[in-house]
Design a protein around this ligand. Structure first.
Ligand code: FES
Length: 176
């Protein structure tokens, strides 16, 4: 069976490259200013600001963690604590299609691991990794809150419910 654990959070690539500056483009800055008006404190705006950052940069890199912290007067540790708590924030670059397989209880007993392992084999990737062509990232995630339609696979922002290996194969064929 493949190694199902994520990368070491203390690996060198988890630290920011001080030479690499990140900054919101003007339209994202406007959105950020609007977000601030919607929350009572800067800290309370952390989750939507991270969503905005992910939309702009594609993932939450260590540089983005520091940038968001500087915008909201929060320490990088506070920002990283939130980023690492939620599945919805990508801690590594992801492919065009982010295949997130829920393997919590309801999905697990409905054969989610068959789907997960099948995807890794079929696409020839390790868990959490992206195919060489940058099209697919396969990841294991915690409960997606749709246990009554298990097993569930989230593909980018969409839920695919009552999934099976066969349905997953059909979906991949439809993208070819
Ligand atoms: S256990 Fe998979 S959606 Fe809840």
């Amino acid at each position: 069976m493949a190694d199902l654990r994520p990368d070491n959070p203390y690996a060198p690539d988890r630290f920011p490259d001080r030479e690499r500056r990140v900054e919101f483009p003007p339209d994202a800055k406007e959105k950020f200013e609007y977000i601030l008006t919607r929350y009572p404190t800067k800290e309370a705006a952390l989750l939507p600001t991270l969503h905005l950052a992910q939309e702009v940069f594609g993932w939450i890199s260590p540089e983005v963690v520091h940038y968001v912290g500087s915008l909201l007067d929060l320490s990088p540790a506070t920002v990283f604590g939130v980023v690492s708590f939620y599945n919805m924030y990508n801690q590594k670059p992801v492919g065009k299609y982010h295949l997130q397989v829920c393997t919590n209880l309801s999905c697990m007993v409905n054969r989610a691991y068959d789907i997960y392992e099948h995807l890794c084999e079929k696409l020839d990737v390790q868990p959490g990794q992206t195919t060489a062509d940058g099209r697919y990232t396969v990841a294991e995630v915690e409960c997606l809150g749709s246990c009554d339609t298990a097993p569930v696979v989230q593909i980018n922002n969409d839920y695919h419910e009552n999934m099976s290996v066969e349905k997953m194969d059909a979906w991949i064929r439809s993208r070819s």
